[in-house]
Write a protein that binds this ligand. Structure first.
Ligand code: TRP
Length: 578
C-alpha cells in the first residue's frame, strides 16, 4: 500500500523536474492523422478521454526517452524543455483511490516563450517507432487512473506514464495576451492541478471525473450563476427559471447580471447564438443551447440572431464548402423546430451574410493581432490564414451594427450570447476588442457539456452513433441505446442495488433526467428511491426512455413543419419585430 509522498520524496520529484527542464531536451511536435496515430500506437497516446470523434488530426509531442503524447493539432508546443524556465511544484494531492497517483499544482516561470515554439513535422515516416513508444507509454489500463501531466509525475512518484509533453504545451503557450484573453491552457498551468484539463473550441480533455467546472470558472475568469441571479431572472420574467438554469446545466456567465440590471432600467438587448454545421443530424446535446435560447427569447421577448458557421467547418474539417452550406440549411430545420419566433429570429449562413458583416469583421481584424489569436486559440504557423481570421467572423454578430436592417439601425442594443463553455475563447476575444471599437461588450451565459451515454469521461469512439441519442433516432433505437449503453451508477446486481443503492452523480440515465424531466417533485423522488435502492436501474432507464421518446417524437413532428420555404423565411434579411 502506497502512502503520500514524504517531504524528501517531493524534493526528489522537484529535483527530477529541474533536471529535465535544465537538460534542455528537444521537444518534437508531429502532425498526424488520428487514424494513422491510433493505428501505430493505439490509445496509449491519449492522457484521458474524451477525444471528440470529430477530431481527425492530432498533434503528437515527443521527448525522446521520456514522453509521447497526443495534443490538440493547434496546440502551441515549446521546442525544448528549457523554454518554460522553471517548473515549481506548489501543491500536491495524493489520491489513494487512484492507485497512488499524485495530483500536482505547478507554476511555470515563463509562459511567453513565443519564439521557442516547435514547428510541426508532417512527414509520417519520421514518426517514432511503435516499439520505442511502447516503452514510454504503458497502455491505459496499466496507467494510473487519474492521468496527470506533470513531468514530476512521470519522473517521480507514480513511476511511469505521466506526460511531460503536456506541461511543455501548457507552460509555453504564446505571449501573454491582455485582459480576458488568458489562454485556457496557460491559466491551468499557472494555478491548476497537474491534472490534465483542456477546454477550447476544438478539444475537450477532462480528468478522470469529467470536466471540473469550478476550475473552469476560475481558469477562464467567468462568474458562477448563483441562486440569487436565478431569482433575479425569475422576478424579471415573472416565470419559473428554465430547468437548465435551476439544475445548473447553464452554470457560468460574464456580466449576465449587469445586462439584467440595465435591462430593468429600460435598455434593450438581443440574443446571439450559433452552430457549426458539420453533421447532418443533431444529437440531444446539440439542442441544449437552442432550447435554452428559445426559452430566453420567449421569457424576455427579444430578437435573436443565429449564425451558421459553414465557413468555420469548411476551414476545420475535411468537408466540401457546398456540403457545409447544405448542412447549415439542414441544421436550420432542427433549430427552427426548437420553437423560435419567426418574426423575431434571423438565421444566417456566413457564406450568405458575410458581405453585410464585413465592415465590422474588418474593424475586428484590424484590432486583434496574430499573437493575440495565437495566445487565445493556439494557432501555429502551419494553420491556414482562414482559421486565423475566423474568430473575427464569430465575433462580429455580437455587435448590433452587424444587423442594420434587422435592428432598424439601432446600434445601442445590448447582446447576450448563450453558448457551451468551449466557445468562451471566441467571446473573451470579442469582449477584449469591443472597447477598442467603442462597442459594448456582449454578456455571455455558458452551459456545461452534455455527457455521452457512456459517461462524462468516455472517449467518443468511431461508433459515435452509440454514444449519443440523435434527434432522428427511432423510438426503438432510443430504447436500445439507453438500455444498452447508458452508464449505470447502480449496483451490479439487483441484490447489490437493493442493499447499497445507486450513485446518481455518475448515473447517466439519472443525469439525463435532471436535464429533461421538468417535474421537480418526480425527479427528487427518483433520486431518493434510486439512491436508497428502492428503485432499480431498469426502472430509471424506463422512465428516461419514455421521456426521451416523447421529446424526440415531438421534435421530429416540429421539424416536418420546417420546410425549405420556412427556412428561407427565417434566413431572409428583414426587419425583426421588437
Ligand atoms: N463555433 C460554433 C460551433 O462550432 C458556432 C457558433 C458561431 C456559435 N457563433 C456562435 C456558438 C455563438 C455559440 C454562440 O458550434
Amino acid at each position: 500500500m502506497q502512502a503520500s509522498p514524504t517531504i524528501d520524496e517531493l524534493a526528489q520529484i522537484q529535483d527530477e523536474v529541474d533536471r529535465i527542464v535544465r537538460s534542455d531536451l528537444p521537444i518534437v511536435l508531429f502532425s498526424a492523422s488520428r487514424d494513422k496515430a491510433e493505428e501505430m500506437y493505439g490509445s496509449s497516446i491519449y492522457d484521458s478521454a474524451p477525444v471528440p470523434s470529430e477530431i481527425s488530426q492530432l498533434g503528437l509531442v515527443y521527448i525522446a526517452g521520456l514522453e509521447f503524447n497526443a495534443v490538440s493539432p493547434t496546440a502551441a508546443v515549446a521546442n525544448r524543455t528549457s523554454a518554460v524556465g522553471a517548473i515549481v511544484i506548489k501543491k500536491t494531492k495524493y489520491n489513494s483511490k487512484k492507485r497512488g497517483w499524485l495530483d500536482l499544482t505547478i507554476s511555470v516561470a515563463q509562459s511567453n516563450a513565443a519564439a521557442d515554439l516547435a514547428e510541426a513535422v508532417t512527414d509520417a515516416s519520421k514518426l517514432p517507432s511503435k516499439e520505442s513508444i511502447a516503452a514510454l507509454n504503458p497502455t491505459p489500463t496499466e496507467k494510473p487512473a487519474s492521468d496527470s501531466t506533470s513531468p514530476a509525475v512521470a519522473a517521480g512518484a507514480a513511476g511511469s506514464g505521466g506526460s511531460a509533453a503536456a506541461p511543455a504545451r501548457k507552460a509555453a503557450p504564446a505571449p501573454a495576451p491582455p485582459a480576458e484573453t488568458k489562454p485556457a491552457a496557460a491559466a491551468s498551468a499557472a494555478e491548476g492541478t497537474g491534472k490534465e484539463q483542456v477546454v477550447n473550441p476544438w478539444e475537450i480533455e477532462a480528468g478522470d471525473e469529467g470536466v471540473d467546472y469550478d476550475k473552469l470558472i476560475r481558469d477562464f475568469g467567468c462568474s458562477a450563476i448563483t441562486p440569487d441571479l436565478i431569482t433575479t431572472v425569475e422576478n424579471i420574467t415573472k416565470r419559473r427559471a428554465h430547468r437548465f438554469l435551476r439544475r445548473g446545466l447553464f452554470f457560468s456567465h460574464r456580466e449576465f447580471g449587469v445586462l439584467l440590471e440595465r435591462y430593468v432600467r429600460g435598455e434593450k438587448f438581443y440574443l446571439y447564438t450559433g452552430r457549426g454545421p458539420s453533421s447532418e443530424s443533431l444529437h440531444m446535446g446539440h439542442l441544449i443551447p437552442f432550447q435554452f435560447t428559445q426559452y430566453l427569447q420567449e421569457a424576455f421577448d427579444v430578437p435573436l440572431v443565429i449564425q451558421l458557421t459553414d465557413d468555420e467547418k469548411f476551414l476545420w474539417k475535411d468537408l466540401a464548402l457546398e456540403e457545409c452550406y447544405r448542412l447549415g440549411k439542414e441544421n436550420a430545420k432542427d433549430i427552427i423546430a426548437c420553437g423560435f419566433k419567426e418574426t423575431k429570429t434571423f438565421i444566417f449562413s456566413d457564406l450568405d451574410y458575410y458581405g453585410h458583416m464585413y465592415r465590422n469583421i474588418l474593424s475586428i481584424q484590424k484590432a486583434v493581432t496574430h499573437n493575440q489569436v495565437k495566445g487565445i486559440f493556439g494557432f501555429t504557423g502551419s494553420d491556414c490564414i482562414g482559421k486565423q481570421s475566423f474568430p473575427a467572423t464569430q465575433a462580429a454578430p455580437s455587435f448590433p451594427s452587424t444587423f442594420p436592417v434587422h435592428f432598424k439601425g439601432q446600434t445601442n442594443l445590448l447582446c447576450l450570447i448563450p453558448q457551451a463553455i468551449d466557445q468562451d475563447p471566441y467571446f473573451r476575444m470579442t469582449r477584449d476588442v469591443a472597447p477598442k471599437l467603442k462597442f459594448e461588450k456582449p454578456a455571455l451565459i455558458h452551459s456545461k457539456f452534455f455527457p455521452a451515454l457512456q459517461g462524462p469521461k468516455t472517449k467518443m469512439s468511431a461508433s459515435m452513433a452509440n454514444s449519443a441519442i440523435y434527434v432522428t433516432d427511432s423510438a426503438a433505437s432510443i430504447k436500445k441505446k439507453i438500455n444498452k449503453f447508458a452508464f449505470s451508477g447502480g449496483g451490479a446486481t439487483e441484490e447489490l442495488q437493493r442493499e447499497h443503492g445507486a450513485n446518481t452523480d455518475v448515473d447517466v440515465a439519472f443525469q439525463y433526467l435532471t436535464f429533461f424531466l421538468e417535474d421537480d417533485a418526480e425527479l427528487e423522488k427518483i433520486r431518493v428511491d434510486y439512491s436508497s435502492g428502492a428503485m432499480l436501474t431498469g426502472e430509471v432507464k424506463a422512465r428516461l426512455i419514455a421521456l426521451v421518446q416523447g421529446m424526440v417524437a415531438e421534435h421530429q413532428e416540429a421539424r416536418k413543419s420546417a420546410t425549405d420555404e420556412v427556412v428561407e423565411r427565417f434566413m431572409a434579411i428583414r426587419e425583426l419585430d421588437f
